[in-house]
Ligand binder design. Structure first.
Ligand code: DQA
Length: 144
């Protein structure tokens, strides 16, 4: 299975960005973990980060014929972006919403997700483990 992993705004600063919330792992280190777990699970992954809503949407469109599943940490766009929500719906892919932190245990505005209704599930609060769990769940669907 081919899996697109999308990282949204500010995730390029992982490691230096509010480490007490997001941890000390850099985005490069996170992508290395994602690639290595994907390889163990027999998944092909492409990782992409952008700070721009339109660039994330363009990437979804470009990958639509290739990908079998999407793992998306839309960052703060999670809480605001109907455009990303509609793009996920438009490409009709199996999507998993992930977050490093537990968005339900933080500020009230973070509890709202605009993309949750087009995702299979939200996986949060496990740091890099949130992404790895999404990959494991995708690989499990392959075996069904
Ligand atoms: C985040 C949570 C969002 O509320 C925040 O805006 C982010 C990161 C997370 O991974 O915990 O940028 O998606």
């Amino acid at each position: 299975m081919n899996v697109l992993v999308l990282h949204g705004p500010n995730l390029n600063l992982l490691g230096e960005r509010e480490p007490s919330i997001y941890g000390t792992l850099t985005l490069t280190e996170l992508d290395t973990k994602i690639r290595s777990r994907a390889m163990e699970l027999g998944l092909q992954v492409r990782c992409f980060q952008s700070n721009h809503e339109g660039a994330l949407i363009d990437e979804l469109h470009t990958a639509r014929k290739w990908m079998d599943a999407l793992v998306i940490n839309a960052g703060a766009y999670t809480h605001t972006s109907y455009a990303i929500r509609d793009a996920i719906a438009a490409v009709g892919v199996q999507a998993w919403e992930v977050h490093l932190s537990d968005i339900l245990a933080r500020e009230p505005w973070r509890r709202e997700s605009r993309i949750a209704d087009v995702c299979v599930e939200q996986i949060m609060g496990k740091g890099a483990g949130s992404y790895l769990e999404a990959l494991e769940r995708i690989a499990a669907t392959q075996e069904e």
